[in-house]
Ligand binder design. Structure first.
Ligand code: GLN
Length: 451
């Protein structure tokens, strides 16, 4: 823990952490030492972790990278962090993210952007770590922590994992409790591990997962021993390559990486076949109705009364307006506007209801495919990490980052991103394995072969 804290001190330029908690970490480490001595230790005893600043941590400021939560100190611990601490994990601090987890670059953070520790060969331009769990990905990649928590609503664990060359797993919706995690889009949000290896992800997920009576959408299903499932034996496994994930414009480097991954699985004894997910092309449009709609509702609670920031006004209404105007950044405001519009009386059927119908079709595509195959293999992102100062003013271009990750989220399926190669510029690029509901074991085991 001390060695990692020392490393952390020297890595301020990455801006991977919003809050550092060295005193807490050392106290937890001391407890860990004692439990190790007494042989009462848990599976993560003494392991230094970063916690995305979207998880409420008792007594430690939790901001969701928003001005509106500045100064909010939760009086409770999220279920996932509580479980990690029970397992012995040590928190070094709260990691940076896009404001309220909305974004793919970590540039919408009120705490300033976080940087990717990687650079293109022969080029010193700063790159984004991806988002929204950019701080967690950057911290694991730079070896500031041994693992970190992320949350994924439409790709926020998998895309930054791919950009930073680490492993990131979005579990099945319902696998981990959402209790105490600042809500973005409640029917999509899911917590998961971000680690250096598939093995670490298996160990960490087991500690995080499980039914929680305080989250009615957490599933009452048993948590398997993921580590035990890691045999590396995938003989006879049926792997599907969705045809629709190979659009005409697919980056040739990504296409080559995908072929390489398929070959690695074949060499290990898997059978690789093409499958079709015909509604894929509607996924982004569907996500960008459903997620903002739920966000607009979830974010209504930030009114200057209950949490964090308050800007006084002459009346209660004025106080609400001034607080929200000062507290939310522009991407969050955009989502609230889209969401309230899609949910408004005259448009509900045309947008929200229709999006829900398309969502069901997308989930059905996967159901059909999984009759024939056990896992799907796709690229995680369309490109490698982009430059911090590459101006992506157009939000639609930014949203395109999520094209390969969003369908899985809409269907609630587990998705694992694994670093499988380097681009010609020397940047990490990753592949995604998608599994059946609650079948993280198969996904992780196949992931072992790709790492
Ligand atoms: N990039 C996506 C968005 O901006 C996904 C974010 C996430 O998964 N939290 O909504």
């Amino acid at each position: 823990v001390q060695a990692h804290l020392d490393r952390l001190e020297k890595a301020d330029a990455l801006n991977a952490f919003i809050t550092k908690t060295p005193d807490l970490a050392l106290a937890q480490a001391e407890r860990a030492e004692k439990r190790l001595r007494d042989r009462t230790h848990g599976p993560l005893e003494g392991i230094p972790l970063g916690i995305k600043d979207l998880f409420c941590t008792e007594g430690v400021e939790t901001t969701a990278a928003s001005r509106i939560l500045k100064g909010f100190i939760p009086p409770y611990e999220s279920t996932v962090t509580d479980k990690l601490f029970q397992a012995g994990a040590v928190m070094l601090g709260k990691t940076n993210l896009d404001e309220f987890a909305m974004g793919s670059s970590n540039k919408t953070s009120a705490a300033g952007p976080c940087l990717n520790p990687w650079r293109r060969a022969g080029d010193d331009e700063a790159l984004v770590p991806g988002g929204s769990s950019g701080g967690s990905a950057s911290a694991v990649s730079a070896r500031l922590v041994l693992g970190a928590t992320g949350t994924d609503t439409g790709g926020s664990i998998r895309q930054p994992a791919a950009f930073c060359g680490i492993v990131g797993l979005k579990p099945t919706y319902g696998r981990c409790s959402r209790w105490g995690i600042v809500a973005f889009a409640s029917s999509l949000d899911q917590a998961g591990p971000m680690t250096r290896t598939v093995h670490d992800a298996a160990v960490m997920l087991r500690a995080m997962a499980g039914h929680d009576p305080r989250d009615s959408t957490s599933a009452p299903v048993e948590v398997p021993n993921y580590e035990a499932a890691l045999t590396g034996d995938i003989r006879g496994l049926r792997v599907g390559l969705p045809r629709e994930y190979r659009p005409d414009g697919l980056d040739p480097e990504m296409a080559a990486l995908w072929d390489k991954g398929a070959q690695m699985l074949r060499d290990a004894g898997a059978e690789v076949v093409e499958v079709s997910l015909p509604h894929t092309r509607y996924a982004l449009a569907t996500y960008y109705i459903v997620a903002p709609a739920e966000a607009s509702s979830n974010l209504a609670r930030y009114d200057g009364v209950r949490y964090g920031l308050r800007v006084e006004g002459a009346s209660l209404d004025e106080m609400y307006c001034k607080t929200r105007a000062a507290g939310f950044g522009s991407e969050v405001r955009r989502r609230i506007l889209i969401g309230t519009y899609a949910l408004s009386a005259g448009y509900y059927d045309a947008y929200y209801l229709k999006a829900q119908r398309v969502r069901a079709r997308i989930a059905d595509d996967f159901r059909q495919a999984f009759r024939d195959v056990d896992v799907l293999l796709t690229p995680t992102t369309p490109t490698a990490a982009f430059g911090l100062n590459e101006t992506i003013d157009d939000p639609i271009t930014m949203y395109l980052n999520d094209v390969f990750t969003v369908p899985t989220s809409l269907a609630g399926l587990p998705g694992l991103s694994i670093p499988v190669g380097l681009s010609s510029k020397g940047l990490p690029i990753g592949l995604q394995l998608i599994g059946r509901h609650f079948d993280e074991e198969t996904v992780l085991n196949a992931g072992l072969v790709l790492e």
